[in-house]
Design a protein around this ligand. Structure first.
Ligand code: ATP
Length: 619
């Protein structure tokens, strides 16, 4: 038993697309560059419209490069006016603006066009990997976790990764690049003003992180409640008949409402915080603009170190920075909230796959001799031992029964053979090979299990049986159904084997469901058949008939049958019967020898005979 290092990382999922992501980033940079070009182009436009050419002379400006840059543009405009006239120059500038606007949007669209499939693939890949992980996790994991909660993780939580992280990532790329470019443009226009802006930025950052504090924790709690809500829905719908029969639907409703109320309150707080992000950054932005107006006005009027059109361009750039920084802030908020879902997904990936195959696992090509359980001790939890020092041998071709009072550990023994659980102590071997050292796939290939809870899928009867051996032909399916006593009732249906059986086989009776499950197991033709109260929903006569047919077939084909049974009449002809009580084998032998012992087995037989109206109790 060792832990697996799955350690989920979102960036690992993104890494195969590094090239495309970088190209996407390049397009974002271009798009941002066109945004800047748009802003810069406004200065010469203003220069022409308001004829401000007589402002500050080149080189006189305290703003250095800033005003020099604007001067350079204005010189070019002057040249163009001299050569082609004002109107033509205006048209050229307006056309350049339109072109820059078009190119900016084209680059942004191409970036989106590239990113959307990446985002989609990452989500699909996470879901696939998560489902595969679900299929690998040990049964003990599912005894701990709630089904609805796991469904929420693979559906809603993965969707959150898409909406709150990947989607934001795509948008935030544009905003970060635009932000960096615009801040550079600010410096280009006026260094003193921009130094002042630089002082403002950390203040905005601090205010933002204050508002977003605890968002991740809250969002995680929210997702946990969401999971519990799903669990309650699935549990209540599964148990609807029971709830109604006990008139306790109000109990389920109350429990659901309490959880929903918890979700409502917490979500209100989370939304409250998320909603705060926008006004906080807007208010801070406005304060910044006002402060810049004052300082800029001073630089123009008193210091005469800034040209009015340069200042207007500066303000335009500043106005563009505001939505970009607002988007970055809200992306950060969403990212924080998405992290709650991310941690729930990580938990699944980090769960231990307790039943792991060794790297050098041996093949198990078949089953020739015997299954041996040697000194097995097993515990589901640290508080209680379920099996104590169990040793038994199951020879090939024999019919073995496990009987005893409820909770004695019979199902647990059955589950150890296909390695659904590993023993705490002792070993299970097949033909002398410790199954812990064998390939799990090989092990499961040589055994068929029919458990207490029949598992059927919403598909045709035919396909449900075919799950046992997808390569079987129709004749084999029918043969298996006949042996399981299912052929007659299936044939009576209008669509026969093509009848769809409904979600989990809800359109069938308990006995019909069990017979289809048995047919499926028989179709697999595995050398080891494990029946865990597989016939408990059938009437005694049908149960005895099926078990007799299967054991006769087993003898002929040398199939080994291990059957857990409560109705002892069904296992009377077993080659060996093991009687379990509180995790220990207390008696074993054939029906005759055990009955003669005056022990627990006899007591159980007598009790059942009394229940059945003191029918034949041959000994
Ligand atoms: P029954 O005849 O009622 O089916 P059984 O003899 O097959 O009972 P097991 O199902 O093997 O008994 O259970 C043996 C003990 O292990 C019981 O006390 C049960 O409560 C406990 N147990 C079974 N499954 C789990 C589990 N997944 N987690 C914790 N304890 C479990």
């Amino acid at each position: 038993m060792k832990s697996s290092k799955s350690s989920f990382s979102l960036f690992r999922y993104l890494s195969p697309y590094t090239g495309r992501l970088l190209f996407n980033l390049f397009l974002r940079v271009l798009s941002a560059a066109f945004t800047i070009a748009l802003i810069i182009a406004v200065a010469p436009l203003l220069y022409i419209l308001f004829d401000t050419g007589t402002g500050i002379e080149a080189g006189e400006a305290a703003g250095g490069i800033a005003n020099a840059g604007i001067e350079m543009l204005e010189n070019r405009v002057n040249l163009s006016i001299a050569q082609h006239g004002k109107t033509f120059t205006l048209i050229i500038i307006a056309a350049s603006l339109a072109a820059a606007y078009f190119l900016k949007n084209l680059c942004a669209y191409m970036g989106l066009y590239l990113f959307s499939p990446i985002r989609n693939r990452v989500v699909a890949q996470i879901r696939n990997d998560m489902f595969r992980k679900f299929m690998l996790l040990p049964l003990s994991y599912y005894a701990r976790e709630q089904k609805g909660d796991l469904i929420t993780r693979i559906t809603a939580n993965v969707q959150d990764i898409d909406n709150q992280m990947l989607n934001q990532l795509q948008q935030v790329l544009v905003d970060i690049v635009t932000f960096i470019f615009l801040v550079s443009a600010l410096f280009f226009i006026s260094v003193p003003l921009s130094l002042f802006v630089l002082v403002l930025l950390p203040i905005v950052g601090m205010a933002t992180s204050f508002v977003s504090r605890s968002l991740k924790k809250k969002s995680r709690k929210l997702q946990n409640i969401n999971g519990r809500i799903s669990s309650q829905v699935s549990e209540s719908l599964d148990g609807l008949k029971t709830l109604r029969s006990y008139n306790t639907t109000h109990y389920a409703i109350g429990k659901f409402q309490a959880e929903n109320r918890r979700y409502f309150h917490l979500n209100s707080r989370v939304l409250h915080r998320i909603n705060l992000s926008s006004p906080v950054s807007e208010v801070l932005g406005t304060i910044a603009i006002v402060a810049i107006l004052v300082i800029g006005g001073y630089l123009i009027l008193s210091e005469k170190s800034l040209k009015p059109e340069a200042f207007i361009t500066y303000l335009l750039a500043m106005i563009q920075i505001l939505p970009a920084s607002k988007n970055i802030t809200s992306a950060y908020f969403n990212w924080q909230s998405g992290k709650g879902s991310l941690s729930r997904i990580k938990e699944v990936f980090d769960a231990e796959e307790l039943i792991e195959e060794k790297p050098d696992a041996e093949s198990l090509s078949g089953f020739e001799k015997e299954i041996r359980l040697e000194n097995i001790t097993f515990a589901y939890t640290s508080e209680k031992q379920t099996l104590r020092n169990i040793s038994l041998t199951i020879p090939k071709g024999k019919f073995i029964a496990l009987v005893g009072p409820s909770g004695g550990g019979k199902s647990t023994i059955i589950n150890l053979i296909p390695r659904f659980y590993d023993p705490v102590d002792g070993k299970v071997s097949i033909d002398g090979k410790n199954i812990a050292n064998c390939k799990i796939r090989d092990l499961r290939a040589i055994s068929s299990l029919v458990s207490q809870d029949t598992v059927l899928f919403n598909d045709t009867v035919y396909n449900n049986i075919l799950v046992g051996n997808p390569s079987a032909c129709r004749e084999e399916v029918i043969e298996a159904a006949k042996m399981a006593d299912a052929h007659d009732f299936i044939s009576e249906w209008e669509d026969g084997y093509e009848s769809v059986i409904g979600d989990s086989g809800t359109k069938l009776s308990g006995g019909q469901r069990q017979r289809i499950s048995i047919a499926r197991a028989l179709l697999k033709k595995a050398p080891i058949l494990l029946f865990d109260e597989a016939t408990s929903a059938l009437d005694t006569e049908a149960e005895n008939r099926i078990m007799a047919a299967i054991s006769a077939y087993g003898k002929k084909t040398r199939q080994t049958i291990v059957s857990v049974a409560h109705r002892l009449s069904s296992i009377r002809n077993a080659d060996e019967i093991f009687v379990l009580e509180e995790g220990e084998i207390v008696e074993h032998g054939t029906h005759e020898t055990l009955y003669a012992q005056n022990g627990l087995y006899q007591k159980l037989c007598l009790m059942q005979d009394t229940e059945n109206g003191a029918q034949k109790t041959t000994s």
